[in-house]
Design a protein around this ligand. Sequence first.
Ligand code: SF4
Length: 483
Amino acid sequence: MRDPGAWRHRSDSPHEECGLIGVWTKDGADLARRCFFGLFTLQHRGQESAGIAVTDGDGVACEKGMGLVTQVFTEDRIKSLRGHAGIGHTRYSTTGSTTIQNAQPILGSFRGQPFALAHNGNLVNAVALRAEMEALGCRFVSTSDTELIVRLIELSPETEFEAALRGALTQVRGAYSLVILTPDRLIGLRDPWGIRPLCLGRDANDGYVMASETCALRLLQARLVREIEPGEMVVAGNDGLRAEVCEPYVRDSLCVFEFIYFARPDSRMYGREIYGLRRKMGHMLAEQHPVDADLVIGIPDTGVPAAIGYSEASRIPYSEGLLKNRYIQRTFIQPDPKMRRLGVSMKLAPLHDVLNGKRLVVVDDSIVRGTTTDQQVDLLRQAGAAEVHLRICAPPIRYPCFYGIDMANQSELIAASLSVEQIRQKTGADSLGYLSIANLARALGIPRDKFCMACFDGRYPLEIPQDVRATKFSLEKEAPDAQ
Ligand code: SF4
């Protein structure tokens, strides 16, 4: 039996879970195309499947498929989706494997009315809740935790949709940003900790956009109104927009990895542009871990802004040193072990004349398993680097994520069992320095208690049940083959 997640283990970065878009228009002009553009902008948050659901005020139609947004949505498919409001989803799975059944949005029916729901996050009580519901006779068609919310709404004794939604959310625990579509409204909401992002925008035609990241608003010519608050529900409908408390606010715990790695550099979170924050992380890294060197390079793409920041603070010149093959996709990465060593070379190409004879500072966003870092160091040495000093703009990752980011189990996390010096030896670097939690918070310029940093410090904002420290395939009787 193949490991359904095997292909992604070639890469040593954490992986986003999902991107969400919601669009409410007054006139339905270009509705499906606008959802498509929004998803296209959020492609970096998930590449496994994509889907769009729209409503014309009566029914809800949905198209979804496996692959990139541009692979799923042909011109004919976009044209077939007509309506005045829609939601879209691009998926990277953390609970449930890569199958079309797990693609979102997921459709449901409440009191004879259709609805569609899309989710970014991960429910920590999914296994127990699903077992309880199955014992009561509930049948599931997917293995994703998102379907639990859909079925809880369907089974609600309430007569009004929003009451049923609130009731469903009292039964789930975990990280969830949701966009939900009914024939007469578009709803966006975040869990009471605000672990995953969701923002609200408004366009010039009095339409509304909800999106995981602000970068999606710009393409849809919508201006950012604000981030949806933890525990808040925002509802767009024919009467305009209303916002209300959905669940009692607990605390802000936005995932700090959005700032380090996930979010697009042109997105804004907590009012700050991500690119500038990554440069500041580079400034702090240079202050914390100075080194005598000739050149600073970044591991593309995410390490580049911090590398520029390191160069600015250290006054060591910056250059591109590794070029990324922009067209590499999961399908190029072979499961054959012999081919795995090629993974890094297929992805990154060194600029020999730039690197030859240089003492390098190499800035990367994070080290998860450490399975590719030694190959990167090898690649640089083969290109003639005299010294390789690794600088990581995140603290060591010692604890797994249960809130929707696919990193690894704790036993796979290199920093969970090895010291920084042991990791340096394993990677073959001349020196290794991580950004501290305190300096990360200083770079962000926002109090540390506004973030989830549990993968660094083990302080989970929302308690993780012991029996949930399971793999992402825990809702499946048997892990299926990769699709
Ligand atoms: S544990 Fe780490 S990756 Fe997961 S939500 Fe918290 S900060 Fe983000």
